[in-house]
Design a binder for this molecule. Structure first.
Ligand SMILES: NC(=O)c1ccc[n+]([C@@H]2O[C@H](COP(=O)([O-])OP(=O)(O)OC[C@H]3O[C@@H](n4cnc5c(N)ncnc54)[C@H](OP(=O)(O)O)[C@@H]3O)[C@@H](O)[C@H]2O)c1
Length: 248
């Protein structure tokens, strides 16, 4: 690890850090010297990731965060600033994809996608933007999806939630000014636990099969996030799309 790798010493808060893309990102950034602050609802998962980081000589703290609750994001950002004195990067990665045909009226799933995928990102902005403005530096990284680039049956609400994230991220980038950086990371099919939240069993099985057949590892997205962070202060990576080669 070098002192000037663009990640070493940065305080990086990551939501959804107990599994999948968030976990892989936490492990990679901590390995490169980032001080990571891990948030999600299952604290036992966060504790396992934090222990792994500590065992490898890295620095990690964690807290229970439900991103659909504004207060939780406020406390999460406060945890970072009170523990480490600052926050350099907020990775708003927590998300769910309980996809299904609209005819099934799985309204609870629709609400979860709006509350977690969209409001979770907004609450992260509400919590971190004043901190970043005060510091005159800071980096938002939000997680989109290639479901914004190709809308297909069963994915209407999920795609809509990620299109909202895309619009919010681009609007934030335009308003951010010269001091802040704003990045949208747009993953294609990635091998994570994301399919487990699909409530329709047939669609869950199909999605899992597609993941098993062609998904890329979560570490591919972690490297994209690291790339955005490690750029010099005046360089803002606007969007990175990463797909498995097999994805059409
Ligand atoms: N896998 C893919 O193919 C793919 C493709 C494009 C985009 N994405 C996006 O990538 C992001 C990460 O997903 P993943 O694929 O890595 O799936 P994952 O392994 O299921 O990870 C999602 C994480 O979000 C957390 N989470 C869910 N609801 C939350 C809430 N209300 N508050 C706080 N944390 C919450 C989960 O932890 P808890 O349940 O413990 O809270 C979990 O750690 C999501 O935004 C997803 O939409 C994934």
């Amino acid at each position: 690890m070098t002192d000037n790798n663009g990640i070493n010493g940065k305080v990086i808060a990551i939501t959804g850090a107990g599994s999948g893309i968030g976990e892989a990102t936490a492990l990679l950034l901590a390995e490169r010297g980032g001080k990571v602050v891990l948030g999600a609802r299952r604290t036992e998962r966060l504790e396992a990731v934090a222990s792994q980081i500590a065992a490898a000589g890295g620095e990690a703290i964690f807290a229970r965060v439900d991103v659909s609750r504004r207060d939780d994001l406020e406390s999460f950002v406060s945890l970072a600033t009170t523990t480490f004195g600052r926050l350099d990067v907020l990775v708003s990665n927590a998300g769910v994809m309980p996809i299904s045909p609209l005819d099934e009226l799985r309204v609870n799933d629709w609400e979860a996608m709006i509350d977690i995928n969209v409001k979770g990102v907004l609450y992260g902005i509400a919590a971190a933007l004043p901190v970043f403005r005060e510091q005159k530096t800071g980096h938002f990284i939000n997680t989109g999806s290639t479901a914004t680039l190709r809308i297909v049956p069963t994915m209407a609400v999920y795609s809509a939630s990620k299109l909202a994230v895309k619009a919010i991220t681009e609007g934030l980038r335009q308003e951010a000014g010269a001091d802040l950086r704003v990045t949208l990371v747009t993953p294609g099919m990635t091998s994570t636990e994301g399919a487990s939240g699909v409530t329709n069993p047939d669609i869950r099985a199909n999605l899992q099969k597609t993941i098993d057949d062609m998904a890329m590892p979560a570490s591919a997205i972690a490297r994209a996030i690291a790339y955005a962070i490690e750029q010099p202060a005046g360089v803002d990576v606007g969007e990175i799309v990463v797909r498995p080669t097999a994805q059409g």
